[in-house]
Design a protein around this ligand. Structure first.
Ligand SMILES: [Zn+2]
Length: 220
């Protein structure tokens, strides 16, 4: 067999696509029958995991991004709490700056700490819920089962929870980095004011409903 015949025969017996000089080249996206899409590319390179049950508690329609980011990090245990920093050898003092009584960890800060427990407890009363000492994971687990909708009550609850987390973390950072501090009662007022401010921008809620929520529920 001639060398050229051998090569031709080898190519034909394999699955190699042989360029056809009588046709134009074209780009074919094999991952999607309908052609290229960002979604099919992303689905191909990412590791697909099951949806977490709590995502609607954090990323609900009326979420405030700066609150949601902190809440998302807290749920994942990714905030730079002192117990984590200690593992990296970065902090000599691991006491919680809010109560000065326990190791600062996600579990303690949200909401086993007496300071943060008081704040979230006071704020959840706005939504009609009275809580004893409850951890963030327990609160999120409860919310995942009972606060799945986007109605007024559910949205207000989710705003209150996210705002509580955000301001507790902010207060913690102010104490650590600026040396300033506010008592729990003052911080409750600050969180209420922030929620009122966000409610005023909430276009999907009728003006009358906003007034009821901000004046009656949140108080002045
Ligand atoms: Zn504490």
């Amino acid at each position: 067999m001639q060398e050229t015949e051998f090569i031709s025969s080898a190519i034909q017996s394999s699955n190699v696509l042989v360029p056809n000089p009588s046709q134009f080249d074209s780009v074919v996206w094999l991952l999607n029958a309908h052609g290229f899409s960002i979604k099919s590319a992303w689905d191909n390179i990412r590791e697909v995991k099951l949806d977490v049950t709590w995502w609607k508690v954090v990323w609900f329609k009326a979420h405030i991004p700066r609150w949601a980011i902190i809440q998302w990090l807290a749920v994942h245990g990714r905030l730079a709490t002192k117990d984590r920093l200690q593992n990296w050898g970065l902090v000599p003092n691991t006491l919680c700056v809010l109560c000065s009584a326990s190791l600062e960890s996600h579990l303690h800060l949200f909401f086993m700490c007496p300071y943060s427990s008081y704040i979230v407890g006071q704020l959840l009363r706005i939504c009609g819920y009275r809580r004893g000492l409850i951890s963030l994971n327990q609160e999120i687990d409860w919310a995942s089962r009972h606060m799945t909708g986007n109605g007024l009550q559910q949205s207000l609850y989710k705003m209150v929870l996210a705002a509580s987390l955000y301001h507790i973390w902010l207060e913690r950072n102010k104490r650590v980095f600026q040396g300033s501090q506010r008592d729990a009662l003052s911080l409750v007022s600050v969180v209420k004011a922030d929620i009122r401010s966000c409610l005023s921008l909430w276009r999907k809620v009728k003006r009358s409903a906003r007034m009821v929520l901000s004046l009656v529920c949140l108080g002045k």
